[in-house]
Structure formats: structure tokens, C-alpha cells
Design a protein around this ligand. Structure first.
Ligand code: SF4
Length: 456
């Protein structure tokens, strides 16, 4: 995952980037960084491991002077979680200083890195993002947009990128548009952000999504270039953004995420008409709106059955299984009055490894639940992601190795329902149900994937 936020033509650029990153914190909790451009040549950067609010104090932000800033929150999918790989990266090359921040996963990274290494390139990081800077260094063009165009044409996979080059802010989105990148404006400053909610957070106005395959160059409050780096464009936004990652107040594909999740819940209720239950209980926070939709459609009372500890991060994006397990334990506390003696429809967003769900079910059983009917607002995850989401290898995906009956037994639930894939697409699609990557649910990858990695 990861989150990026960028703003130009604003003397408070670093402070606004800080506010944007706070809003995007859910997209990555391992490290955060901001680079601001001082006078065209001086790039001021601060990055560290931890949360945005811990890293950026007033004094730090005051030292990040400049009218253009890019910020990044990281969740590692490709290389290790370390300060070395925290972004933004700043490079000096034939074109001057360039800063870059990336959301996604470049799938042909190793091939390009090997070629670059053979011709003498030296690498400072283990992140896939670094090759982008090397490609920029070896290309020329009449304009910044043309240089970037030549540089990103050979990249495959998922990449939403923002750059600072002098006073220019540049945004790029891969030809499938796997990861979101929104354009907004506040006064005379343009904004680029992973989610529209980050634009809202600083009082800006969402203008449009950066198109798949588009490069946009902005300078001093004006869009100076907008070009396509390839004609082979096929929109395939990651549907997991709607299911889990993005904030409910963000807009994707012209659809409010909250509305998409409410519809997912309605479709689930249609699929589960035969289930008799006393109460619908969401797993907070992502289950909330689907539970609302389920309750509205079924007429079964919605109740908050868990209190979430907000001082614990999102368990799915913790870098190790041990951390995920500890986090899951500390995160949710049951409200016994809601649960004791009840037949419960438990709504969660997805089932990946199954370990978190098993703990939640056990918590409900200990609190006296009579029946537990687990409803997932997504289909079974059967294939790994290669586009920037840290799903495990196939053998660790519970639905790839166990039947529904075996999963029911493993989780200790009375019934188990996955949202039908067509219902998920209808809920998210805003009339365009085929504009999504659903590869982790149906195994149909939009781009070429290394078979060895797929079957690992
Ligand atoms: S494989 Fe799954 S998680 Fe990865 S981009 Fe596609 S839908 Fe999203």
C-alpha cells in the first residue's frame, strides 16, 4: 500500500503535507517522510520510522521550508521495513535534484535493476522505487514530462508516483491505475494525493483522478503538461481499496467508499436470507458500513459489539505474523451485553490468513455468543497480490488451501458467507464493474506475472 501526498506553490507546503499524511496514516504505519523544495535546488527532507504525528513536530516542520513538498507513509511490500527504505528519496542526476515517492509495486524491478547494475549503476536502497530515479538519469527530453515519459515506459506493475523537480510537481499513474492518485486544488496550489479525503482534510477541492497512464506536470499553480506515456491503457483499479484500504470518506471511481461498503452489506444480506439472527455486529472499522447495509436490508438490529483500541494500528498491514497476532489481541474488546446469548451475524471485510478472524470468533464465544454467522464483504482471497498489497504466498491464504467446510471448522463459526464477486464489482463499480483488478479473488492478473512467484 503506502500513501502519498504532494502540494506545490504554497509557502506552507510541508505543514500541509503533514496534515495530508496524517489523513493517510492508515495506508502505512511503518515510516513517514516529507521532502520540500527550498529554492529550486535545495531539497529539505525529514523521514523516520513510526507514525506521522510522532515524527513531525513543529520544529521539524519549520525546517522543511519550500513551496513544493511531497510526503509518504510506508507499508513495506517489496523490501524490508527500515529507515533506509523510508521515502521520499532524493537523487542528484544530470537533470539536477529529483525527489520521488511511490505507492505500488514494480513487478519487473529485478530485470531492470540487473540491467542497470550491469551498466554500472550503484544502488543505495533495496526498494523498487530506486530504479525510477536511475531511469530518469539515463533519459533526456525537451520537457520534464518528456523525460519522465521515456523513463516510466519500461516499468510494469503498479506505480502511482509523485516527483519534485525544481519548482515542478509531477504525478504519474501506471497504465492500469492499480493504485489511486487524485488531483485537487486549494487556492492557487495543486495537490496530488492517494485519497480524496486527504485533499478534503486541508480544505482543498477534489478535481479529478489522474488517469491510468497519465503524467501531469504542475508549476507555480498551473498544469503545464498532461500526457499519456502509453497507448495501452486499461483501467484496473485495485478493488481491495474499496473493500479495506481506503477511508470511507474517500471517493474512488466516482463512488464514495462508504456507499460501496453499504451496498456490499446489502448484497451480503441478500445472499444470507436463510440465516436467522438476533444482531448484526461489525468488526470495526472496515466492517461498519457493510454491517449498516446488511442491517438495512435484513431488518436485523445493528449493534456495536466491539470497542476498538485506537492506539493499536491496522493488523493486516503489520510487517510480521507475530506483530499481527499481538495487535489483533490488543485491538478489539467485546461488549458482553450485546453478545451474550445472541445469534450473531459478524461482518468483516476479508479473510486472508484466517488467524485474526479465528481470534475474533474466539473472543465472541468467550463472551457468550450462541451462534456466529461470519459474513465477509469480499470473496475468498485465493491468490497473492503483486501490485503493492502484502497478501501472503498462496499456501498461507486460508481459502486457497481449505474448503469452506474446513474454514468453518478452523474458525469455529456456524456459517460462513463470502460476498459473490459480481456483487462486489456491482457495489464498487459505479456502472463500470469491469474496471477493477480482482486478481486476488479470481486469479486473473491484468499484467504478466512470474509463474514461479505465483505458485510459491
Ligand atoms: S491482486 Fe488483489 S490486492 Fe492486488 S491489486 Fe489486484 S485486487 Fe488489489
Amino acid at each position: 500500500m503506502c500513501g502519498i501526498f504532494a502540494i506545490e506553490n504554497n509557502v506552507d507546503s510541508a505543514t500541509l503535507a503533514f496534515a495530508g499524511l496524517i489523513t493517510l496514516q492508515h495506508r502505512g504505519e511503518e515510516s513517514a517522510g516529507i521532502t520540500a523544495n527550498g529554492d529550486g535546488n535545495t531539497y529539505n527532507t525529514h523521514k523516520a520510522m513510526g507514525l506521522v504525528s510522532q515524527i513531525f513536530k513543529e520544529k521539524v516542520l519549520n525546517n522543511l521550508s519550500g513551496k513544493v513538498a511531497i510526503g509518504h507513509v510506508r507499508y513495506s511490500t517489496h523490501s524490508e521495513s527500515s529507515l533506509l527504505n523510508a521515502q521520499p528519496f532524493v537523487y542528484n542526476c544530470i537533470h539536477g535534484n529529483i525527489a520521488v515517492a511511490h505507492n505500488g509495486n514494480i513487478t519487473n524491478f529485478e530485470k531492470i535493476k540487473n540491467r542497470l547494475a550491469k551498466s554500472g549503476s550503484i544502488f543505495n536502497h533495496t526498494s523498487d522505487t530506486e530504479i525510477v530515479a536511475h531511469l530518469i538519469a539515463e533519459n533526456t527530453g525537451k520537457t520534464t514530462g518528456q523525460i519522465i515519459k521515456k523513463s516510466v515506459q519500461s516499468l510494469e506493475g503498479a506505480f502511482s508516483l509523485v516527483f519534485i523537480h525544481g519548482n515542478k510537481l509531477i504525478g504519474v499513474r501506471d497504465s492500469f491505475g492499480f493504485r489511486p492518485l487524485a488531483l485537487g486544488k486549494i487556492d492557487n496550489s495543486y495537490i496530488l494525493a492517494s485519497e480524496t479525503s486527504a485533499i478534503d482534510a486541508i480544505g482543498g477541492k477534489f478535481i479529478r483522478d489522474i488517469k491510468p497512464g497519465e503524467i501531469i506536470v504542475i508549476e507555480n499553480g498551473k498544469i503545464t503538461e498532461s500526457l499519456q506515456f502509453t497507448k495501452k491503457v486499461k483501467e484496473k483499479l485495485c478493488i481491495f481499496e474499496q473493500v479495506y484500504f481506503s477511508r470511507p470518506d474517500s471517493i474512488l471511481c466516482g463512488r464514495n467508499i462508504k456507499d460501496a461498503r453499504v451496498d456490499m452489506g446489502r448484497y451480503l444480506a441478500q445472499q444470507m436470507k436463510h440465516i436467522k439472527a438476533d444482531v448484526v455486529v461489525p468488526v470495526p472499522d472496515t466492517g461498519l458500513f457493510s454491517a449498516q447495509g446488511f442491517s438495512q436490508y435484513s431488518g436485523i438490529d445493528l449493534q456495536i459489539g466491539f470497542i476498538r483500541n485506537h492506539y493499536v494500528g491496522r493488523s493486516f498491514i503489520k510487517p510480521s505474523q507475530k506483530m499481527r497476532e499481538i495487535t489483533a489481541k490488543l485491538k478489539l474488546f467485546p461488549i458482553k451485553d450485546v453478545i451474550n446469548g445472541k445469534r450473531i451475524v459478524l461482518i468483516d471485510d476479508s479473510l486472508v490468513r484466517g488467524t485474526t478472524a479465528q481470534k475474533i470468533v474466539s473472543t465472541l464465544r468467550n463472551a457468550g455468543a450462541k451462534e456466529i454467522h461470519l459474513a465477509l464483504s469480499s470473496p475468498a482471497v485465493i491468490s497473492p497480490c503483486f501490485y503493492g498489497i502484502d497478501t501472503p504466498i498462496k499456501s498461507k491464504l486460508i481459502a486457497a488451501v481449505k474448503s469452506v467446510e474446513e474454514i468453518k471448522e478452523f474458525l469455529n463459526v456456524d456459517s460462513l458467507t463470502f460476498l459473490d464477486i459480481n456483487n462486489m464489482k456491482k457495489a464498487c463499480g459505479n456502472g463500470k464493474p469491469n474496471n477493477f483488478c480482482c486478481a486476488c479473488f479470481d486469479g486473473k492478473y491484468p499484467s504478466k506475472i512470474d509463474k514461479n512467484k505465483l505458485n510459491a
